[in-house]
Design a binder for this molecule. Structure first.
Ligand code: X2X
Length: 295
C-alpha cells in the first residue's frame, strides 16, 4: 500500500462514485478500480460493496476509513515538517460551511488567509451547517463553521466569530389564506400557519422551544436542510420560516420576504469555527484558527 492509493481510497469513500473519485484523483476509472482491488487483496477484506449503480463502504471499509484519515493527516504533517526549510507553511487543510458562510465570514477569512499563507492549499466544501460538528468529530474536515449548540461535544473547540439574530420571516404579500404577512397574534392563529423550518439542529431546537413555551403545536409545512432554501420557500408564499439574519442578508431573495417583529425574540445564533482540540496541533489548522484573533 502507498499513500497515493490511500488517498484514492479516501476520495472514493467520500464520493461513493468511481467516476467522481477518479476525476478528483486525476486517474482513469479503471486505474482507480484496479488500485482499490489491490488494496482489498492486500488487506484480505472487501472495503466497498459495489454493484452496477451504487458503491458503499463495508463495515471493514468504515474501520479502514478512520485509519486512512489519520494516516493521511500524519503524512501531510511529516511531509510538511521534512520539506519545510523556509518559514512558509505548505500543505492542505479542509474547511466546511454553508454557502452563506462562503459568501460572508469565510470569504473574509479566506482572503486574509491566502495572503498570509500562500503555500497552504484549501479544500472548501459547502453543505448543511447541521453537519459541521459531525464532520469535525469523524475527522472528515479540519475546520467547520456553524452556530454553536448549547453543549459542545468533548474534544471540540469553538471560536466565536459573530452573533446573528434568528428571525421569523414571512412572504411580502399574503398569497395563501393561512400565511399572513403580519405578525400572528393569538396562539390559535400561529397553530394554523404552515411553518418552514430546518429539519434539525440549533435553529430547530430554538424554534421548538419557543413554540413549547407558548403552548403552540406548530403546523410544519416543510422541513428543509440548509437555511438558504428556507428563504426561497417563504418568498414563494409557502409559509412562515425561521432563518439566521446572516443568511437573509446574503440571500438574492431578501427583498421578497419580510422580517416579522415577533416577541419574545428567538435566542440569536452564536456563529463560529469548530475544530478538534487535538487538530490544532497541525500548524496549518492552528494558523487558520489564529487568524481569527487578529481580526
Ligand atoms: C453562516 C452560517 O454558518 C450559518 C448561519 O450557520 C448558516 O449558513 O446557516
Amino acid at each position: 500500500m502507498n499513500i497515493r492509493i490511500l488517498k484514492q481510497f479516501l476520495a472514493l469513500a467520500d464520493a461513493l462514485h468511481f467516476g467522481r473519485a477518479s476525476d478528483e484523483c486525476h486517474i482513469s476509472i479503471s486505474a482507480l478500480s484496479r488500485n482499490i482491488r489491490h488494496l482489498e487483496d492486500e488487506l484480505g477484506v472487501a472495503l466497498f460493496n459495489r454493484d452496477n449503480r451504487t458503491v458503499v463502504l463495508t463495515q471493514e471499509g468504515q474501520k479502514f476509513l478512520k485509519y486512512a484519515r489519520d494516516t493521511s493527516r500524519q503524512w501531510n504533517l511529516i511531509r510538511h515538517e521534512l520539506t519545510d526549510n523556509t518559514d512558509q507553511l505548505s500543505g492542505e487543510i479542509s474547511l466546511y460551511g454553508s454557502v452563506t458562510a462562503s459568501y460572508s465570514f469565510l470569504y473574509e477569512l479566506l482572503r486574509r488567509f491566502r495572503i498570509a499563507y500562500p503555500g497552504i492549499e484549501i479544500k472548501l466544501r459547502t453543505g448543511d451547517p447541521e453537519h459541521a460538528i459531525a464532520h469535525i468529530l469523524d475527522g472528515k474536515e479540519d475546520i467547520t463553521i456553524a452556530a454553536r449548540p448549547t453543549n459542545l461535544p468533548r474534544g471540540v473547540v469553538f471560536k466565536p466569530i459573530a452573533i446573528s439574530p434568528l428571525l421569523f420571516i414571512a412572504p411580502l404579500e399574503q398569497q395563501v389564506p393561512n400565511v399572513p404577512n403580519r405578525v400572528p397574534l393569538a396562539p390559535q392563529e400561529w397553530a394554523a400557519i404552515p411553518m418552514i423550518l430546518s429539519e434539525s439542529g440549533v435553529s430547530r431546537t430554538r424554534v421548538d422551544e419557543w413554540f413549547r413555551q407558548h403552548d403552540i403545536t406548530p403546523k410544519i409545512y416543510a422541513q428543509v436542510t440548509g437555511n438558504e432554501a428556507i428563504v426561497s420557500m417563504v418568498s414563494l408564499g409557502f409559509g412562515i420560516g425561521v432563518v439566521p439574519k446572516i443568511v437573509l442578508d446574503n440571500s438574492p431573495l431578501k427583498d421578497r420576504v419580510q422580517v416579522l417583529d415577533v416577541k419574545p425574540e428567538l435566542e440569536p445564533y452564536d456563529i463560529g469555527l469548530f475544530a478538534l482540540k487535538k487538530g490544532l496541533k497541525n500548524p496549518m489548522v492552528e494558523a487558520f484558527w489564529s487568524l481569527m484573533e487578529e481580526a
